[in-house]
Design a protein around this ligand. Structure first.
Ligand code: NZQ
Ligand code: ZN
Length: 393
């Protein structure tokens, strides 16, 4: 196990257009000769007027619409959009929504150009995991800060009939641009605001809470972003508080949390996401709620493995300076739990309707999806994951 910063390539071509009234500038970002398919979710963008703004701005373009991309987007729904693209010849996509719509559009963009059966874009027991080599160009308008999908190259798609939720990544599915208007968050209900704070918080933790390799830039960035979320989280989840700077800081933090800046050259541990995805597959728990229910147990069960970073987390993020190393770690875990509770997030499995008898199914699903050697050292076996699920009950 190296204790040095490993070699890395950082590549992120996404143009971020941040601020007020940026939708009205869409034509600056989409070439005028493009036939644009506008894709969205279950209807929030219609209800709150965002779609009207988009259509008005693109009045001189040839456009079409595809709505109904569900939270935790499914392969089946996305393939309907691919059929529409093939039948009507769109050559530019515009995602208007949260992580689910953006992830769906990434897959749709790749599937529309894929040589072969698009299911093979996915590995992990779903398809053959063939490399994506091209995709339709697309931009995004973000309506829910949470996943970071607006500035990364990953997409997570659900296969309900296969009981699977699987990701793929490709440089071909970076958005060309993403519009971030903090005011679009004003219509979010408390539950989604809390989900956004939590998902971002856990993305940062999964790139930080491993073992130290002296990545000062990565560590300081991560600690700073965590401190911001702790500071603003309780105010952000007050859905009536439409303070512009508050929401702007929230939005930018969520994007930076998973645009790969934090993870370059340092170890990562995506086990909370792996264990959480199986909960969502089991009973449709919101993505972020599956994570906050698991993360405290990961910290407890993997305490010895993550010891040094947990101490650093306690000191630099929570400002805990008194006591032995173990006392600092325990205090930091407790503070993390109290933080999640303060924004009404679940902190154990019973709060997301998972029972002891479900654990065998969850572990079986982890095995089926090839997640039998996860975490920063690849030593989180299925038995360790079982222990984490048990501890989280
Ligand atoms: O579908 P509509 O009607 O638009 O409503 C959505 C949806 O019900 C609503 N919403 C979105 N913006 C709104 C709004 N309601 C009011 N006002 C607005 N401005 O919020 C609900 C949830 O939306 P969704 O897009 O599902 O949430 P989120 O952004 O949390 O995305 C979750 C998905 O992203 C994946 C998750 O697994 C999950 O499938 N992730 C993607 C990642 C990536 N690409 O890098 C990383 C993440 O870890 C995550 O796995
Ligand atoms: Zn996430």
């Amino acid at each position: 196990m190296t204790s040095e910063i490993s070699d890395f390539t950082f590549y992120n071509p996404v143009k971020i257009v941040f601020g007020q009234n940026k939708i009205e500038q869409l034509s600056k970002h989409i070439p005028s000769d493009k036939k644009v398919l506008i894709l969205y979710g279950g209807g929030s963008v219609k209800r709150f007027g965002t779609l009207d703004r988009v259509k008005k701005t693109l009045a001189d373009y040839e456009t079409g619409e595809f709505g109904g991309i569900e939270a935790n987007p499914t392969f089946g729904t996305c393939m309907k959009a691919v059929d529409k693209i093939n039948e009507e010849d769109y050559d530019y996509l515009l995602a208007v929504g949260g992580g689910s719509v953006i992830d769906g559009v990434k897959f749709i963009a790749a599937a529309a150009e894929f040589d072969g059966d698009p299911i093979d874009i996915f590995g992990k027991g779903v398809g053959t995991g063939k490399k994506v080599t091209s995709a339709l160009p697309f931009g995004t308008i973000l309506t829910l800060p949470a996943t970071g999908s607006e500035m990364n190259e990953t997409s997570v798609i659900s296969f309900p009939e296969k009981k699977a939720k699987v990701s793929f990544s490709s440089w071909d599915v970076f958005p060309q641009f993403s519009i971030l208007e903090p005011e679009l968050t004003y219509t979010l209900p408390k539950r989604q605001l809390a989900n956004g704070i939590t998902d971002s918080f856990i993305h940062i933790l999964e790139q930080y809470l491993t073992y130290p390799v002296g990545g000062m830039v990565q560590d300081e960035f991560a600690e700073g972003l965590l401190r911001i979320l702790i500071k603003i989280g309780p105010d952000v989840v007050d859905e009536m508080n439409h303070d512009y700077n508050l929401r702007a800081n929230f939005m930018w933090t969520a994007t930076l949390a998973l645009n790969r800046l934090l993870s370059r050259g340092v170890p990562g541990d995506w086990s909370t996401h792996a264990l959480g995805h199986e909960i969502t597959v089991l009973n449709h728990t919101d993505h972020a709620r599956s994570l906050s229910a698991i993360m405290p147990a990961v910290m407890m069960v993997r305490k010895l493995k993550k010891w040094d970073k947990l101490v650093q987390y306690a000191e630099n993020v929570w400002g805990i300076t008194n006591g032995s190393e173990e006392e600092k770690i325990d205090a930091a875990i407790l503070k993390t739990v109290i933080f999640f509770k303060s924004i009404d997030m679940p902190v154990n499995l019973s709060q997301v309707d998972v029972k002891e008898e479900d654990i065998n199914t969850l572990v079986g699903q982890l095995e089926k999806h090839g997640n039998d050697a996860i975490s920063e050292r690849g030593d989180q076996t299925l038995d360790v994951s079982r222990e984490i699920y048990r501890q989280a009950l």
